[in-house]
Ligand binder design. Structure first.
Ligand code: CTP
Length: 422
């Protein structure tokens, strides 16, 4: 069945030459099974007659916020609540500016502000308008808003004769983009509630082991995987605490985040938060060793060679699994060689329920793998009640998507395990 089947979509149309492409977009949406309500800005009506959209969608076209007859049917708040998805194609620089600042001075911008549905914007404008500082500033604001998704603009010749970025994407790529988003939403919905009532504790990022006030030992972990897992677990309904080493990421919405610096601090924090935890996931790249002593003053360059004596840090994951044998524990094994063997050795030696193996280092194109990259792939080994170890591959994708797949797998294994208290 098409992902569009019976989806309630508001197609917003702004005033621009590209508005003629919205007609084809509407035809494709209807053909794919969507229910579409078209909302036009007043200036869009200068480019395409509302009647065209009305005939194709089978619904009256809305453009006036103060239209008494239309409001008596489906008021603007009802319309905003009705939508599963809002797609504005084309969206002008003017409407982008309004949405980015929360201005609601016509029906379309009001519906955007009043709706919790994801919003897809397909911009179309002159290349200089697109590049302008004011517009780029508005676009930049969307980066921190997870419900807003941008497709395009494409490069090329423009109606005004200019050449550059500003052409609205074609209807077919827009349809594929919508489909991907609907797929993601469906996955999020299938995950929701799965971990309701469960408490998860997650470690993430690197640890920093100070040598003196200006130098330290650390590693390349960005924390992206751990943060994505925390977000996916929260989406699945869990109560999530994240213990994180120093990273540049913002804590996911709804997740309690505790920042620490060293392995010893992470160890202490984890044990402080361990009460009533159901699942512990260790994604942190904990420094295995720390200097025996941190010098109070900067070390001076007085010798030709120097030795820093290091001492082993506690193994947080191994300590947690030994401390509470009823806890479902998940580890990560970041390896440059013999990935599967080392991962299975760690599953066994740390007495875990599951381990996610990922290759780190650089691939044949010199691209960073695992650490500090936006994509990853994982091989999961899970210990079954029978003692058998099962192997599952989660293919390469974005860390966000991979995190959802991992949480799905954790849900399955946790529910099958004797550690599930339900
Ligand atoms: N881990 C931990 N505390 C440590 C070291 C590791 O909690 N002091 C956790 C990591 O978060 C990860 C798993 O143990 O989930 C494996 O970490 P990794 O660094 O791959 O393995 P190590 O046990 O440190 O072994 P080695 O460095 O020899 O590969």
């Amino acid at each position: 069945m098409s992902l569009f089947q019976d989806k309630k979509i508001i197609l917003g149309v702004c005033g621009g030459v590209a508005a003629y492409k919205s007609v084809e977009l509407l035809r494709l949406l209807i053909k794919a099974g969507a229910q579409v309500q078209v909302v036009m800005t007043p200036s869009a009506e200068q480019f395409v007659a509302p009647m065209t959209f009305q005939a194709l969608s089978g619904n009256p076209v809305r453009s006036d916020l103060f239209d008494k007859a239309a409001e008596a049917g489906m008021g603007h708040i009802e319309l905003a609540r009705w939508a599963d998805l809002i797609l504005i194609a084309p969206v002008t620089a003017n409407t982008i500016a309004k949405i980015s600042r929360g201005i609601a001075d016509n029906l379309l911008t009001t519906v955007c502000l009043a709706s919790a549905a994801p919003l897809i914007l397909a911009p179309a404008m002159n290349q200089q308008m697109w590049r302008s500082e004011a517009n780029q500033d508005n676009i930049q604001r969307f980066k921190s808003r997870t419900s807003i998704h941008l497709i395009g603009p494409a490069m090329g010749e423009q109606a005004c004769g200019d050449n550059g970025p500003g052409r609205m994407e074609e209807p077919e790529p827009i349809m594929r983009f919508c489909e991907q988003l609907l797929q993601q939403l469906q996955e999020q919905q299938s995950l929701s509630e799965q971990l309701k009532g469960k408490k998860l504790l997650i470690t993430a990022g690197p640890t920093i082991e100070d040598i003196d006030p200006v130098r330290y030992i650390s590693n390349r972990s960005s924390g992206k995987m751990g943060y994505a897992i925390a977000q996916a677990a929260y989406e699945a309904g869990a109560e999530v605490s994240l213990i994180s080493g120093p990273v540049v990421l913002d804590a996911p919405e709804g997740v309690d985040c505790y920042k620490i610096r060293s392995a010893l601090q992470m160890h202490k924090r984890v044990f402080e938060q361990l009460d009533n935890v159901d699942i512990f996931i260790a994604t942190a790249a904990v420094a295995d060793y720390r200097p025996v002593a941190t010098k109070a003053q900067k070390i001076k360059k007085t010798q030709d060679s120097m030795t820093i004596e290091l001492v082993k840090n506690p193994d947080i994951l191994a300590d947690v699994s030994a401390h509470n044998k009823k806890l479902f524990t998940v580890g990560f094994a970041a390896e440059t060689t013999e990935l599967e063997k080392y991962a299975q050795d760690k599953l066994d030696s740390k007495n875990l329920d599951m381990i996610a193996a990922n290759r780190v280092g650089r691939d044949s194109n010199g691209q960073s793998m695992g650490f500090n990259s936006d994509t990853n792939e994982l091989i999961l080994f899970s210990k079954q009640q029978s003692g058998e170890i099962t192997r599952t591959v989660l293919p390469k994708t974005t860390k966000q998507q991979l995190a959802r797949e991992l949480i799905k797998e954790i849900v399955v294994q946790y529910k099958n395990s004797h550690k599930n208290k339900d």
